[in-house]
Design a protein around this ligand. Structure first.
Ligand code: MG
Length: 379
């Protein structure tokens, strides 16, 4: 994301003025508006690409929430509390006028698989042709469903558009009556406890196997004739399927909830301890691995002739730097007189004196351990 002031300079005056009048929330944190006016017919249409021949429905993975299996509408509810749409012959169909349906399950970050089919024979033009939509988070973010097969409309409203914001990168629409797939990967927006936007929503969409939305940063809620802004919302909300007065069909709908990446506990990053330069110097030097007993006599002789240290530790002022083999030096933080931590990593080096005056370095990282020796004579 860029700051608003930077981007405004490159915008037409009218768009910049509009942006200035927009929501202060999206102005502070959200991505900047596009230079294209919303629903602009002059905006280039994406190239048409023929998807691969249709394959069998994608079966849901074991951990998926199956939202529609071809017959059971019990996971959905309409405005009046009934499923509202009709399930028959392995699909459900929007019933014009009955309104959208909403999943009983709620989702935040989600992987969503949906199959849909536009009415055949086709009827109508532009937005009045096989229009429906898949809306995430209780209607806030729409992936457009439309019959865009050899049919034109404004780019940010065609099939696979993040409605009113991002046209698809390609028009991968199949003919009306054919089954089409959307695989939607959605990362919900994040808000502070006080409701300020911390991170906008992101969306990736694959249409019939073709990537059409590539991790796009949503500019807010999607809406007709409105440049969206964000309002604080729950972490999970139902999915919606839109009734736009066309009998669009759906089948094989499943979703996988995506976990948060685990964060470490507070205090996880070790704190270093100050050591005197004399204490640091005690660890400095070149450390060599023990000869490899599995090496051939020739290899062992070569290793003895031209030994490369496994670790080289140097002091620069009050800091220690470790070179692993011939790699660039990295800062090492003392955890104690006898232990260093390779900063930003999970690697530690523990030092133990050996009777003959040598110092043994034990390297621990990622579940593996190895040792190297600093001979008194190679210090
Ligand atoms: Mg729609």
């Amino acid at each position: 994301m860029q700051t608003r002031s930077v981007k405004l300079a490159s915008m037409p005056l009218a768009a910049a003025l509009l942006a200035l009048g927009g929501s202060s929330l999206s102005a502070q944190v959200g991505p900047t508006p596009t230079a294209w006016r919303q629903h602009e017919m002059a905006r280039p249409r994406p190239p048409v690409v023929a998807p691969a021949a249709r394959t069998a429905p994608a079966p849901p993975p074991a951990d998926a929430v199956v939202l529609f299996d071809g017959s059971d509408m019990s996971g959905w509810v309409g405005r009046d509390g009934t499923p509202a749409w009709i399930a028959q012959n392995g699909y459900m169909e929007a019933v014009p006028g009955r309104g959208p349906i909403q999943s009983r399950e709620e989702f935040g970050d989600v992987q969503l698989h949906v199959e849909w089919s536009a009415p055949n024979p086709p009827n109508g033009t532009s937005q009045d042709r096989g229009n429906s939509g898949i809306l995430l988070m209780a209607g806030r973010y729409e992936v457009q469903v439309l019959d865009s097969y050899q049919a034109d409309t404004y780019a940010d409203g065609q099939a696979g558009a993040i409605y009113g914001q991002y046209p698809p990168l390609f028009n991968a629409t199949r003919a009306p009556g054919e089954w089409q797939t959307y695989d939607i990967y959605f990362r919900r927006p994040r808000f502070s406890e006080r409701g300020a936007l911390l991170e906008p929503a992101r969306m990736t969409v694959v249409h019939n196997g073709i990537l059409i939305q590539n991790n796009e940063i949503l500019r807010g809620e999607t809406s007709y004739l409105v440049s969206g802004s964000y309002t604080a919302q729950p972490e999970q909300a139902p999915l919606q399927l839109q009734d736009h007065a066309h009998p669009v069909r759906y089948r094989n709908i499943w979703a996988r909830r995506l976990p948060e990446r685990p964060e470490p506990a507070p205090g996880y990053v070790p704190r270093g301890v100050p050591l005197s330069t004399a204490q640091l110097d005690r660890l400095a030097g070149s450390y060599f691995r023990a000869p490899n007993p599995n090496a051939t006599a020739q290899q062992q002789a070569a290793a003895q002739q031209n030994p490369t240290p496994a670790y080289t530790i140097n002091r620069d002022g009050n800091a220690l730097f470790v070179r692993i083999g011939t790699s660039a030096p990295q800062r090492a933080i003392p955890l104690s007189e006898n232990q260093l931590w390779l900063a930003h990593t999970a690697a530690t080096m523990t030092f133990a004196p050996i009777a003959d005056g040598s110092l043994q370095l034990t390297w621990d990282m990622g579940g593996s351990r190895s040792t190297a020796i600093r001979r008194a004579s190679t210090r």
